[in-house]
Design a protein around this ligand. Structure first.
Ligand SMILES: Cc1cc2nc3c(=O)[nH]c(=O)nc-3n(C[C@H](O)[C@H](O)[C@H](O)COP(=O)(O)OP(=O)(O)OC[C@H]3O[C@@H](n4cnc5c(N)ncnc54)[C@H](O)[C@@H]3O)c2cc1C
Length: 466
């Protein structure tokens, strides 16, 4: 049995490592247990590597389109091995940063697989052997794993999830992506930019089905314009291997009488969701309450076992890195007796498409379903000076406010820099600001940000450039 900690955290992803640093800064003796790399899914197999690939893909596309700005680059090409080196260097640099941060803040990093025991202590198994650690509080931040559906052939060798796709060492000739959510659309953007023939299959009636309808429609139009084939209300029935190709049998609702058809592809990527990672996490006799496969928690993130907390992807909800980190900070603050002040109900979500997509709070449809009378301010960005200078594709800014009070409720952006601009809307919504309060300050010209000003004016029916 090793010395007692005030907080033991299992998992060093953006939930676990951020909670550890915060707890230590607040004076708690803290340890974090990790059985893979520091930084978790986000840094090693999620946010960071995908955004590095998207950045490289965007640069490649931009160089090809340079002629519209008078820049002529002949014989533009790419070396995918160098693209992946750049992606890996980015991960490594951030991983080293996390290690340094934990060290500077005197967080003990324990390598190995953590298992919660019945008495609340944690067993760690590693190559060095087994050790038991005791803490006053335990935080489970073990994240999630990609799901493979129970379709015949889904387990065939060579079929990928995002984990394997990120380590793929060449550009596939064909890429069939099953799942048209955020991850599916981001991979379609990367590989279509580098020349793959990409086809997306989505079971819902539209891609990005959980996002605003206009975002979903515009994304579909732009993907098609860039050569991506889309099949919605389409269900893959089985996958077989025929020499070097996968043959996928599918049914598409409403087309050709719903007959079964086949499509061939050299590569198949499943992007159909993620489930809580609790493998080996509970010792015999530990029976935490679960909810649809996720660890169930109370409002303060405590599980059904006293002094055992859970945060991040492992509790379900919006599986996003900043959500996990904010929950981690919340728990560290609660345990150390501080009053948490981050608003966990306002979670921005982004798609790193081109143009970028970002949303926070309620859409107009969601507000209507809740019986809230709203006003919608909209600005189409083809009238925004900076978007015209940089020749952006079709985009818009939408802002939802309560009709009577003009209190801001939500925003949906599809435009250049949307993922950075959404922060302003989250701040306004959390602070229950009104349209007039957010409009009070002028915006620099020419900026993409001026579109927010125009949409706010539109909420008041006073838009200048509409
Ligand atoms: C392809 C892809 C792209 C994404 N892009 C974005 C994005 O752009 N923005 C965004 O906000 N989110 C994005 N996400 C989601 C984001 O990565 C997750 O929401 C986030 O990583 C969750 O953080 P976490 O700390 O809960 O879990 P994780 O990051 O999954 O970390 C959990 C850690 O726990 C460790 N662990 C698990 N079990 C044990 C055990 N028993 N003992 C010891 N260690 C253990 C794991 O090895 C892992 O390191 C993306 C995800 C994917 C897959």
């Amino acid at each position: 049995m090793r010395d007692e900690y005030e907080l033991i955290i299992i998992g060093a992803g953006p939930g676990g490592y951020v909670a550890a640093v915060k707890a230590s800064k607040l004076g708690l003796k803290t340890a974090v247990i990790e059985n893979q790399e520091l930084g978790g899914t986000c840094l090693n197999r999620g946010c960071i590597p995908t955004k590095a690939l998207l950045h490289a893909a965007k640069r490649y596309r931009e160089v090809q389109l340079g002629e519209q700005f008078g820049i002529i680059a002949k014989e533009v090409s790419f070396d995918y091995s160098k693209v992946t080196s750049y992606k890996n260097e980015t991960k490594e640099s951030l991983r080293a940063g996390v290690a340094q941060l934990l060290k500077t803040n005197k967080v003990e990093v324990i390598k190995g697989k953590g298992t919660l025991l019945k008495d609340g202590s944690v067993q760690v198994k590693s190559q060095e052997g087994e050790e038991i650690y005791r803490g006053k509080n335990v935080l489970l931040a073990t994240g999630s794993k990609a799901v493979l559906p129970s379709i015949e052939g889904a387990n065939l060798a060579g079929i990928m999830t995002s984990d394997e796709m990120l380590d793929f060492d060449h550009i596939p000739e064909h890429l069939l992506i099953i799942g048209g959510g955020v991850i599916g659309v981001e991979f379609a953007t990367v590989f279509s930019s580098f020349g793959s023939h990409v086809t997306i299959f989505e079971a819902a009636e539209r891609i990005l089905p959980t996002l605003d309808l206009d975002i979903s429609r515009n994304t579909a139009i732009l993907l098609k314009k860039r050569g991506v084939s889309l099949h919605t209300k389409a269900f893959i029935q089985k996958i077989e291997k025929e020499r070097d190709e996968f043959v996928c049998t599918y049914e598409e609702d409403g087309k050709d009488g719903g007959w079964q058809k086949t499509i061939k592809s050299t590569s198949v990527l499943f992007a159909v969701g993620r489930r809580a990672n609790t493998e080996g996490l509970f010792d015999e006799g530990v029976e935490l309450e679960m909810s649809r496969g996720n660890i169930a928690v109370k409002e303060n993130f405590e599980t059904s076992m006293a002094h055992v907390y859970a945060i991040g992807d492992v509790i379900g909800g919006m599986q996003l890195a900043h959500n996990a980190s904010s929950q981690g900070i919340y728990v560290a603050e609660c345990i150390s007796g501080e009053t948490p002040f981050v608003d966990l109900s306002v979670v921005p979500s982004c798609v790193y498409f081109d143009p970028e997509v970002a949303s926070v709070g309620m859409t107009q449809e969601e507000a209507k379903k809740k019986g809230i009378d709203v006003v919608l301010g909209k600005f189409v960005t083809h009238a925004n000076g900076k978007s015209i200078i940089t020749k952006e594709d079709r985009g818009f800014v939408k802002i939802v406010a309560e009709k009577e009070t003009k209190i801001l409720l939500g925003a949906q952006f599809m435009c250049a820099n949307a993922t950075d601009m959404i922060g302003e809307m989250g701040t306004a919504i959390s602070n229950k600001m009104t349209v007039q309060q957010l409009r009070k300050s002028m915006r620099a010209h020419p900026t993409y940000n001026e579109s927010i000003g125009e949409a706010l004016e539109d909420c008041l029916e006073k838009s200048i450039h509409r």
